[in-house]
Design a protein around this ligand. Structure first.
Ligand code: HEM
Length: 329
């Protein structure tokens, strides 16, 4: 049973990553560039593309806020309707990542405030991250690399997961993951903890998630197999023609005992949920988001990131990837 769990999770990782290089385990402190290089080893080098979530779909729309007492004074929630730039994506460093395979789907969103400030929400379709820090995440990915004979070693990966319990909830999610039917039917999770300093000097500790108002829909394996190789962009465009594609941004309010530094741990489901607003998508396609960096630490006034080491690692990693892809690397 456990072996099946690991094996199928490995299969999914390979499907997403398209591994190509040699293994190397590392005990050293991991830097952002180590992770970018690891993504390239797993998914191949694709000049000009994002080094993660290389395949994506630009979209745009509007954000209508739902002001509430936990976010008093937030410019994000006090300026009425605001324009939004989005990008939906498939996990992996390859621009031809398999849309029919279960696994990571992502969403980047930048809300533009009247004073020019940006507020970014960049999340994935899983509720827990693979590891509590960059070292464990990197160590896990390194076990997926094939050796000099082109073979990977599932036993090595299984041992690493057993030694690092903070990987286990994510591996379990991956085992059960089904193929997303559409980006418009996918829920996205921010995973990290953020803070908002209210005008009344109260501090709100929260994690966000974005719920699709068309409901979550996934495909069984046979349905996914029968889809065209690429169906996500067309499905989304058709939904935009036929119905209203919108998402509700929610915040889960944390208590003192809820970790603010570990995105591999979910908070209890009974935490109060408040609505931050609704995003309605109006257009999809084009290349308006190509030169955007959806860095999750770029937020509007009053919001601050926690000390979560995964969250902190994201800004330098995204900047490296951004610089590389804009310069054709
Ligand atoms: C240490 C952990 C992580 C690293 C090193 C990392 C790295 C990256 C990199 C290099 C990119 C491409 C950026 C660009 O070229 O613009 C990217 C994109 C992305 N990442 Fe991460 N990431 C990490 C964690 C996460 C987490 C926790 C989430 C979800 C909560 C996430 C969601 C996304 C999404 C949705 C995109 C695509 C954004 C877009 O469409 O531009 N990543 N990541």
């Amino acid at each position: 049973m456990k072996h099946n769990l690991i094996t199928s999770s490995l299969t999914a990782f390979f499907l997403l990553a398209g591994a190509t290089s040699t293994a190397s385990a590392s005990d050293k402190k991991i830097e952002a560039n180590d992770l970018v290089e690891m993504f390239e080893k797993l998914g191949g080098k694709h000049p000009g593309y994002r080094k993660a979530h290389a395949k994506g779909l630009c979209a745009s729309g509007t954000f209508v806020p739902a002001p509430n007492k936990y976010f008093t004074g937030a410019a994000l929630l006090s300026n009425g309707e605001l324009p939004v730039s989005m990008r939906f994506s498939v996990g992996g460093a390859s621009p031809s990542s398999d849309e029919k395979a279960p696994g990571t789907r992502g969403m980047g969103m930048q809300i533009q405030l009247p004073d020019g400030a940006l507020h970014t929400f960049t999340g994935n379709n899983f509720p827990v991250f693979a590891g509590k820090n960059p070292e464990i995440f990197h160590g896990f990915l390194s076990t997926l690399l094939p050796d000099e004979n082109g073979k990977s070693d599932p036993a090595k990966t299984m041992a690493f997961i057993q030694q690092n319990p903070s990987l286990q909830a994510h591996v379990m999610w991956n085992k059960n993951a089904k193929t997303a039917a559409s980006f418009a039917n996918t829920e996205f999770f921010g995973l990290h903890t953020f803070y908002f300093d209210q005008a009344n000097e109260q501090q709100t500790k929260f994690r966000w998630n974005i719920k699709p108002n068309l409901g979550v829909k996934t495909l069984e394996k046979a349905e996914a197999d029968s889809m065209p190789t690429e169906f996500l962009a067309n499905t989304f465009a058709q939904q935009l023609k036929d119905e209203t594609v919108s998402f509700t941004i929610m915040a889960s309010l944390g208590e003192a005992q809820d970790s603010d530094i570990d995105p591999s741990q979910q908070w209890p489901s009974e935490r109060p949920q408040v609505t931050l607003g609704t995003v309605t998508v109006k257009t999809s396609g084009g290349d308006a988001c190509n030169n955007t960096n959806f860095d999750p630490n770029v937020m509007s006034a009053g919001f601050t990131p926690s000390a979560d080491p995964i969250l902190r690692m994201r800004s330098p990693a995204y900047a490296i990837s951004f610089g590389k892809r804009l310069s054709g690397q």
